[in-house]
Design a protein around this ligand. Structure first.
Ligand SMILES: Cc1ncc(COP(=O)(O)O)c(C=O)c1O
Length: 234
């Protein structure tokens, strides 16, 4: 995660930044901007529930501590409004155990990413982000060259492979937000229909990865044939 880039943005513009580094446990290189890292079960370093704030300024860290502990200061006086946002004892214990396992989990996650990269490279109709596999993550997010994400998810499901549209349905397409004022959102729609999340967990074997690749390859080839036939017919 490019903290240095955001620090120079703040220097240039005077706009302060807080980094949503939820999924960046392995890739975050802290800069001046405070960052929030999620430790939720869906992340590469998951402890069940919780997160950490990473910041350099001691005064800022003190404020985060006070606010997450009912607003109490060191003398146990309440000087600011706060809440009970401390990590639970149980989550902390799981975190301690997970730290012992981290080197092995990290290697396993990077191994799965490597297997995916090798398997998916050159598959027509698919693009792999350049950063994929550089750090241990918990996802295999790829981009389809055509807006056929929903069909691909359905077809993979039929083959017994669960996948997700990474962004789900765009906010403005939900009933609750449909009446909200908005400008056109072509980038949102573009991404929502093309970005796909494939099965990913550290125990995934290379054989599993190849099964996903074969199913995906067959679906994309069939979509490509249908599109070509339609084009010819028109
Ligand atoms: C970019 C981003 N921000 C925030 C969150 C929320 O993190 P948490 O589940 O720890 O609240 C996530 C988790 O999926 C995320 O990916």
């Amino acid at each position: 995660m490019d903290s240095a880039g955001w620090d120079s943005f703040t220097k240039r513009t005077g706009i302060k930044v807080v980094l949503d580094a939820a999924a960046a446990f392995d890739s975050l290189r802290p800069g001046s901007a405070p960052a929030m890292v999620s430790l939720h079960a869906t992340k590469a370093f998951g402890i069940g529930e919780g997160g950490v704030v990473i910041a350099r300024a001691p005064e800022f860290i003190g404020r985060v501590r006070r606010r997450s502990n009912f607003g109490f200061n060191a003398e146990h006086g309440v000087e600011v409004a706060g809440g009970n946002y401390k990590m639970s004892e149980y989550a902390a214990a799981v975190g301690h155990a997970a730290l012992d396992l981290w080197p092995a989990m990290r290697d396993a996650a990077r191994g799965v990413a490597e297997a995916y990269k090798k398997a998916l490279e050159g598959l027509p109709g698919l693009r792999i982000p350049s950063w994929f596999g550089q750090h241990a993550g918990a996802y295999c997010v790829v981009e389809l060259t055509q807006p056929i994400g929903a069909q691909v998810v359905r077809e993979l499901d039929r083959a017994g492979i669960e996948s997700r549209l990474w962004w789900g349905r765009p906010c403005h397409s939900h009933l609750a937000f449909a009446k909200c004022k908005r400008s056109p959102l072509p980038n949102t729609e573009w991404l929502a229909s093309r970005v796909l999340n494939l099965p990913f967990y550290p125990d995934l074997t290379t054989a599993d990865v190849l099964r996903v690749r074969d199913a995906l390859g067959a679906i994309l080839a069939s979509q490509h044939r249908s599109a070509a036939l339609l084009k010819k017919a028109l």
